[in-house]
Design a protein around this ligand. Structure first.
Ligand SMILES: Cc1cc2nc3c(=O)[nH]c(=O)nc-3n(C[C@H](O)[C@H](O)[C@H](O)COP(=O)(O)O)c2cc1C
Length: 335
């Protein structure tokens, strides 16, 4: 009997847990179609950045000011504002087109770091027909005066601000650097989140030794990285009523299986698709289904979370005690 691959994420019924995560492939209509063809259950579009939105607001404001000073000219000018060729408007168009061309859910993504007027663009994306919204919250605290509680509050205000704008299901994509993630996850739920996407993979800047410049370096992930979401999804599963998406290091079918056993509702793929192309998704989905079948799981729902901290025979394995075992497994002894 073939296992039932259906899963639920953010209240959406998905045909399997494989989602194309935000990356350049999901920003292009042709590759979006190829991803659907390959079996993706949903797609997350690349993020629209707070800076892009604010830039447009500034430009629009300038035009309006100009308009007030010379009213006659403004009359000719203002109608064009509606079709202003801008980041947010282009993005909303991408949402509309993706919805027209695909039959799977289309999740829009906004990247933001500060609460502000820009969050009302979330509604624009809801109006454009997005099935859900992912808030890619990226904030690197550098101020020594700012406490962990203040950092968390900033995220919570951001989530509450977006939630006040939309009724759409809302996922929050977080970085891994939180002191007390389970508590914070509960607070995010209270602020209006429906799910977490774990984790945002920060791009750490590098120093170019020839030019002595700080440069961004984009490198694709490796399978090993999935252990980070694996641990935290296993710890969170079944304890806070939030959907859980795993992102980071899913390259093989086995990576996907492990994350679902830990409790992930969906797996988001980026690097492996960029490396091998959209058909890679079919291969992962088939390998995943074959594993479930071989181990006689009837469904994804049956497998989901069966190795989470709540359910696995050795919950301590996800905690610190494991460190000693790991050391012994590496060196063959403790010291
Ligand atoms: C080229 C590239 C562009 C990306 N753009 C976005 C983005 O716009 N928004 C976002 O939330 N994540 C973005 N990501 C992060 C991925 O969605 C994903 O979370 C991360 O790469 C880890 O997953 P992976 O190991 O499958 O690559 C991007 C990743 C890559 C490699």
């Amino acid at each position: 009997l073939k296992p039932d691959l259906k899963t639920r994420y953010l209240g959406l019924d998905l045909k399997n847990p494989f989602v194309a995560g935000p990356c350049p492939l999901t920003g292009d209509l042709e590759s979006l179609e190829a991803l659907e063809e390959a079996g993706a259950a949903a797609v997350v579009l690349p993020s629209l950045f707070e800076e892009q939105i604010e830039h447009e607001e500034l430009e629009a404001h300038r035009l309006l000011e100009f308009g007030i000073e010379s009213f006659a000219e403004a009359l000719d000018f203002l109608p064009e504002l509606g079709t202003f060729n801008s980041g947010p408007e282009n993005y909303a168009r991408l949402v509309v087109r993706a919805r027209e061309r695909l039959s799977i859910p289309v999740i829009a993504s906004i990247n933001g770091h500060s609460p502000g007027g820009w969050v009302r663009y979330a509604r624009r994306l809801e109006d454009a027909g997005a099935d859900a919204l992912e808030l890619n919250a990226y904030f690197v605290p550098t101020n020594p005066q700012m406490s962990a509680a203040e950092v968390e509050k900033r995220y919570l205000d951001l989530v509450a601000g977006v939630r006040a704008q939309v009724r759409l299901p809302l996922a929050v994509k977080l970085g891994p650097y939180f002191t007390a993630l389970p508590h914070f996850a509960g607070a995010l739920k209270e602020a209006g989140a429906d799910g977490l996407v774990l984790f945002n993979r920060y791009l750490h800047p590098d120093i170019d030794l020839d030019t002595l410049e700080v440069v961004p370096r984009l490198e694709l992930s490796r399978s090993l990285e999935m252990r980070l979401p694996l641990r935290w999804i296993a710890i969170l599963h079944g304890r806070i009523p939030l959907s859980l998406a795993a992102t980071g290091g899913v390259h093989e079918a086995g990576d996907a299986v492990k994350l679902v056993l830990a409790g992930a509702d969906v797996l988001m793929l980026a690097s492996t698709l960029l490396q091998h192309g959209c058909p890679r998704l079919t291969r992962l989905r088939n390998g995943f289904a074959a594993w479930l079948e071989e181990k006689e799981y009837r469904s994804v729902e049956q497998a989901k979370g069966s190795m989470s901290r709540n359910h696995c025979p050795d919950p301590g394995a996800f905690e610190r005690a494991n460190y000693m075992k790991a050391l012994v497994s590496y060196t063959g002894r403790l010291v």
